[in-house]
Ligand binder design. Structure first.
Ligand SMILES: [Zn+2]
Length: 466
């Protein structure tokens, strides 16, 4: 099926823009080869978190940038603990406009080596891919950010915006690297208007690009622990003070509760953008999802998709349960942990009050397990978004550049809380199945072609946003 292109107001007319300064000729083939070599070496720096060991990664990136005369500082070693660090560099412009930050995390999730077909920390290059933990999440993007910066410097392009490069520790566990960086170095971020990092996947399905994704929003984690206290006694003599049935009745009410459907601006745009990939009434429904959700047939079809359902409402997953650890013992308390994910524009106190009302049992004690991060929802009508659209359309003239919401969590809210327009940006064209199996899974790899594509794509975005 031929996919028609919708000319959204935001996307029309961007080709009239032009870069302010011409670039010196860049040998993109050799930049691509350099990117592969550097990523291969970077993947061999084991930063599985815990423990993280990001200081070694920071030193690696510092040397890589130093090769081209870009000074980087290793920061926050005392605050983050032994072997840990953040990294900061700035490439200075003529300074007419505010800065743009490229942010990556240097830690990776641990591996189960026996499930890998290669050594996950060898950085081996084979079958057209660079293999290793972090290739996609997100050392590959970190190297692409560094190489795009280096390419800008080598090309001698005059910039109006400083380009800041930040490598953070600890994104995969507590997000403490970004938190410490923001707390200790507000001066380094004061002039930053735009920030790009992970969290905006491009969708490639069976070799065909479905869309370029820019992550403008993410769900907000709001985990709750529910506890009911009772009186411990022998299971052979049932009592009314057994906390287990009381907790189960509360959980049952929560499980039956349907959270309201709610369309945020980025999600409305996302559905509108992907509508042309569908036919018939499904295309009509997606092109105006707000209207469609009022029709039972459309609502049933849309919410049947687990991803679409999750970006259209607050979600509640009952996950951890604990009561007695012995069959013949009535426990003195029973508890449950609930994975609640909020849309970014929701008020946490109002949501919690609504859930307390649904459970309607004062014996249930509620506890927010971690303070929720700041909400992440960035505006779409920006120079950076237009620069991404322009660079994407130069590569795929008919492709949509759209705004899928992330249902998981990243470090972005930590930076967005400073007012910085924060986007998830994916420089790769990774096959959907490879991304699904590789990120946090086994045999994580990125194609050599994607790396070369990514450096040039990001380089163009950085030029066009000037
Ligand atoms: Zn990541």
């Amino acid at each position: 099926m031929r996919i028609a292109t919708v000319c959204l107001p935001l996307l029309c007319g961007v080709s009239a823009l032009s870069a302010q300064t011409p670039a010196a000729a860049i040998d993109w083939d050799s930049i691509g080869a350099e990117t592969v070599r550097d990523l291969s070496a970077y993947l061999a720096v084991n930063t599985a978190n815990p423990p993280g060991n990001e200081l070694a990664a920071a030193r690696f990136l510092q040397q890589l940038l130093a090769r081209d005369g870009i000074d980087a500082q290793i920061l926050d070693t005392a605050e983050l603990g032994p072997g840990r660090a953040n990294l900061y560099a700035r490439y200075h412009s003529s300074g007419g406009k505010k800065a743009l930050a490229l942010v990556n995390h240097m830690d990776v999730v641990p591996v189960t080596p026996q499930f890998w077909s290669v050594d996950p920390f060898s950085g081996v290059v084979k079958d057209g891919h660079v293999w290793g933990r972090g290739a996609l999440d997100m050392k590959g993007e970190g190297i692409v950010e560094a190489m795009a910066l280096i390419a800008l410097k080598r090309s001698g392009v005059t910039l109006d915006r400083d380009i800041v490069f930040i490598g953070n520790a600890d994104e995969e566990v507590g997000g403490n690297g970004a938190v410490v960086f923001v707390q200790r170095h507000p001066d380094l971020l004061r002039d930053v208007e735009f920030l790009m990092t992970e969290g905006g996947d491009n969708l490639v399905h069976q070799g065909k690009l479905a869309y370029y994704g820019v992550g403008v929003a993410e769900k907000r984690t709001f985990w709750q622990r529910l506890t009911v206290r009772g009186v411990a006694s022998h299971g052979s003599r049932p009592t009314k003070q057994n906390p287990v049935p009381r907790l189960i009745a509360a959980l049952d009410r929560l499980a039956r509760y349907e959270t309201p459907l709610h369309v945020t601006p980025g999600v409305a745009k996302y559905f509108h953008d992907i509508a042309p990939q569908y036919i018939g009434r499904q295309r009509v429904w997606l092109s105006d999802v707000m209207a469609a959700l009022k029709q039972p047939a459309a609502r049933a079809w849309i919410t049947d998709n687990v991803y679409w359902n999750a970006i259209l409402r607050n979600t509640i997953s009952l996950t951890v349960l604990s009561g007695s650890n012995k069959t013949n013992v009535i426990p003195s308390q029973a508890s449950a942990e609930i994975d609640i994910r909020l849309l970014p524009d929701q008020d946490t106190a109002a949501v919690r009050a609504e859930l307390v009302r649904v459970v309607r049992d004062t014996a249930v004690h509620w506890e927010t397990m971690y303070p929720p991060k700041a909400p992440l929802e960035s505006p779409i009508d920006t120079d950076l978004f237009r620069a991404i659209v322009r660079a994407a359309h130069e590569r795929d003239p008919d492709a949509q550049v759209t705004t899928p919401m992330l249902t998981g969590a990243t470090d972005r809210p930590t930076y967005r809380a400073l007012g910085i327009v924060t986007y998830g940006f994916d420089p790769f064209r990774t096959e959907e199945a490879d991304a699904q199996h590789g990120v946090h899974g086994n045999d994580e790899r990125v194609s050599v072609a994607s790396l070369a594509f990514g450096v040039h794509y990001l380089y163009d975005v950085l030029r066009y946003v000037q």
